[in-house]
Write a protein that binds this ligand. Sequence first.
Ligand SMILES: *[C@@H]1O[C@H](CO)[C@@H](O)[C@H](O)[C@H]1NC(C)=O
Ligand SMILES: *[C@@H]1O[C@H](CO)[C@@H](O)[C@H](O)[C@H]1NC(C)=O
Ligand SMILES: *[C@@H]1O[C@H](CO)[C@@H](O)[C@H](O)[C@H]1NC(C)=O
Length: 420
Amino acid sequence: MYLLVFYIWQLPVLAVGACPALCSCTFGNMGLAELRLVQCSDPGISAVPVNVPANTTKLRLEKTSITTVPRAAFYNLSELRFLWLTYNSVTSIHPSSFVNLKTLRELRLDGNLLTSFPWEGLRDTPLLQTLGLHNNRLSSLPAHAALFLPNITYLDLSSNRLTILPAELLDLWFPLPGQRSGPLQRRILGLHDNPWLCDCQISMVMSLSMSLGSSVVLMDRMVTCSRSLGQSRVLLTQVEPNRCMRPSVQPAATRVNSPLGSNVILRCDATGYPTPTLTWLKTSAYPDCCQQHESVEELPRDLASFLQESPRVGVRWSIISLNGLTYKDAGEYRCQARNMAGISEALIQLKVVGITRLSRFPKKTPTAQLTSSKYKKPNQTVIKIPLGKDSQTPRSTKTQTAPDLTNKVYPGGEDVQDTK
Ligand SMILES: *[C@@H]1O[C@H](CO)[C@@H](O)[C@H](O)[C@H]1NC(C)=O
Ligand SMILES: *[C@@H]1O[C@H](CO)[C@@H](O)[C@H](O)[C@H]1NC(C)=O
Ligand SMILES: *[C@@H]1O[C@H](CO)[C@@H](O)[C@H](O)[C@H]1NC(C)=O
């Protein structure tokens, strides 16, 4: 009798040292590879075990009654490489669940009841490559998910409730050559069995992944979509190619040389469907621009003061005006066009030519364009300069000499910011 009581009292003490209750632990050398596996698959388990040996490399919690994954649930497992939480009833995961999983490569959460996933939690798993979210209840993918997915090469989102794929993920998975940092990442994606709406993004994923040499492979190409919520689904490969079109952007000139103190306008035109939005960025100083200038500005810099207009669906142009050029204005300007189908950009190099004394407003006769009645108000003329009114006009690598243009646009040297 005394012995039996002692034994019952002793059991949990032993478990703490060795293996969590209701789990099995396999630690040992299996030939070359060392196996440190903890496996828990008992419906009696209702919370993530806290006493998993710290040197575990693979943890499988399957078919348990676990419903939530709390904060820092695996904090002690800094050597964990595989974490499987498959076929439980997990409904929520704390955004800091994965802290300290510095060596995690594979996270599988397939077969749970997740309606959302804390994407920002992937900050804590820099080596993660495989993320399985198959067979959950995810109904939306936020745009910021793309920030945390660049290193994920296997992503299974199949059998969820997803309807819209954010354009940011398209940009991540199918980057334009100029946008890539590092070598092209090959990826396997599971997108099938979701109630996608037949839109630009999902059609783009399908067509780009089937194009020759694509770095993206779909687990299953039988991706279906419906025209509107609740309507019957059709195979994406049978949907007639969507009207969507990645932006294409053209600068009015790719090199601009302009004298110190002059006014200059940089312009670019973009086409695409849906109509792209345009932003400007100053990305670098021109190599030989700044000898006479000590302060070096921080780049890239968003250029907030620009004008833009969309004369019709699918077309937008934009200009930035730089008044009284200084050497600091010299450099590379990027005009970036973006729509849900992607991003495209054009580069304009502005060189400031040193002239000791420039007469700022030479008394030149304004050209015909300017004198036309359309341009009565000098302050606002910039909005309507017809520099190639549609994008078919080829004008890619022209060199624009700024003083002419400048003085056409700014006969009085007004400040363009005022007109915004
Ligand atoms: C981590 O280890 C400490 C000390 O061994 C223990 O008190 C704690 O409960 C463990 N935490 C988890 C989440 O397992
Ligand atoms: C891992 O931890 C277990 C339990 O604490 C221990 O028995 C084992 O020797 C450890 N293995 C290694 C390689 O550290
Ligand atoms: C991606 O990998 C790089 C290099 O290993 C790492 O520095 C970065 O933090 C990782 N990013 C994410 C979001 O995990």
